[in-house]
Design a protein around this ligand. Structure first.
Ligand SMILES: [Zn+2]
Length: 162
């Protein structure tokens, strides 16, 4: 299974294996309802872990169904009659491994985008938690650089002029 741009190529899981492979194409952007649903799902996952370190499976349990519902634009899966599989029957007919791979790829594509509104808002549960000491994964690269040159030079010149 490989993600090529917005398209995931998977082994054909359809009845009778009529395709050489199948493809799932993700939406160009996450729909509004989908983004909010991901945020809500992550909140639920955080509540479920109660401030402990987030387990990837807990996160997946809450967010992956949301990705399957909102992040997919088109696909090539068919049913036993050869008709395009409608989304309502995905969960009943597609193997779990295929669904997991699709949601995992969606998480890679949209996870950061979906959670970007949460960056900077600190949930109360993480205050003083074990994550406070592990600062190795700093996101400082994206923050705006502080331009100190102007004020500091002004202060220095002011200090040198009595
Ligand atoms: Zn197929």
């Amino acid at each position: 299974m490989a993600l090529e741009g917005r398209t995931l190529v998977v082994e054909c899981p359809c009845p009778g294996t009529p395709h050489e492979h199948d493809t799932v194409t993700f939406s160009p952007v996450l729909p509004m309802a989908g983004g909010l649903a991901v945020i809500s799902a992550v909140r639920d996952a955080m509540r479920a872990t109660d401030g402990e370190e987030m387990d990837n499976l807990v996160l997946a349990a809450h967010t992956f169904p949301v990705y399957l519902r909102f992040a997919i634009e088109s696909w090539t899966f068919t049913d036993a009659a050869g008709h395009l599989l409608d989304r309502e029957r995905w969960d009943a007919l597609l193997p779990f491994g295929v669904k997991y791979a699709i949601a995992d790829a969606a998480d890679d594509l949209f996870g950061e985008e979906a959670l970007s509104p949460l960056v900077g808002t600190t949930p109360a549960s993480s205050r003083g938690g074990p994550t406070a000491t592990s600062t190795s994964r700093s996101r400082a690269s994206g923050s705006s650089p502080r331009s100190r040159s102007a004020p500091s030079s002004r202060a220095a010149s002011a200090a040198s002029e009595p």
